[in-house]
Write a protein of this length. Structure first.
Length: 221
């Protein structure tokens, strides 16, 4: 979406009530992981697993940071005081920018956590550290595909703009609505993610990132 038009008005966010507040979740778990790596020698037995863990935790932190900043901008955009003052467009653009960062980082994090799941890391009681997708919705292929569809549409739109293939009046970026984010491709197909789903996936993955950041390998007997 470019500057919102009258035609888009019905879709524009009216409040931030549909975007769950995740400020209670830390977006600095990579710091805990770093301490664990240096002082406890976590993941010392597998350099590949170590690389996957670092990138997953880092990207999940980034996705969560972007989500929280997006919500702050949504709150500012829908603030009655700002609406009356007519100074909301900057908040709207920052909102969609943070959402783009969130989607991109989330997709990359999902790819890393799937590779990690296949490594079969176990807790001290031999149960999987990363659960089966059937027990955690964020690990399902359908979720990764949905996030990828939005992420790819963002990148394709960038390329279409560079190639001068975007007709006048067509959305030129991700758009924020009252319920989530969406993007319309040049094929007029709309791809989107609700704030509720985004928050659920981030919460679940945050729990996994915490476990991975605090993980300690069993010492050989």
């Amino acid at each position: 979406m470019g500057i919102p038009t009258d035609e888009d008005e019905r879709k524009l966010p009216k409040d931030c009530g549909n975007m769950p507040d995740l400020t209670s979740l830390t977006d600095q778990q990579v710091l805990m992981l770093t301490l664990n790596l240096f002082f406890r020698g976590a993941y010392r037995s597998s350099p590949q697993v170590k690389q996957l863990v670092i990138n997953f935790v880092r990207l999940l932190d980034q996705a969560l940071w972007a989500y929280k900043n997006a919500r702050r901008e949504l709150e500012a955009y829908t603030s009655p005081a700002n609406q009356q003052g007519g100074i909301t467009i900057g908040h709207y653009y920052r909102l969609i920018s943070h959402c783009e960062t969130c989607v991109n980082s989330l997709y990359r994090a999902l790819k890393f956590i799937e590779r990690l799941r296949r490594q079969g890391i176990q807790k001290s009681d031999t149960t999987p550290l990363i659960p089966d997708p059937t027990t955690l919705s964020s690990l399902k292929d359908t979720v990764r595909q949905k996030v990828r569809a939005v992420r790819d549409a963002i990148e394709h739109t960038d390329k279409d703009i560079a190639r001068k293939e975007i007709p006048e009046g067509q959305p030129i970026s991700l758009a924020a609505t009252n319920d989530g984010v969406e993007i319309t491709g040049k094929d007029r197909c709309v791809k989107g993610i609700s704030y509720a789903d985004l928050a659920t996936w981030l919460q679940q993955l945050h729990g996994l990132a915490k476990n991975l950041a605090e993980y300690a390998e069993s010492k050989p007997v």
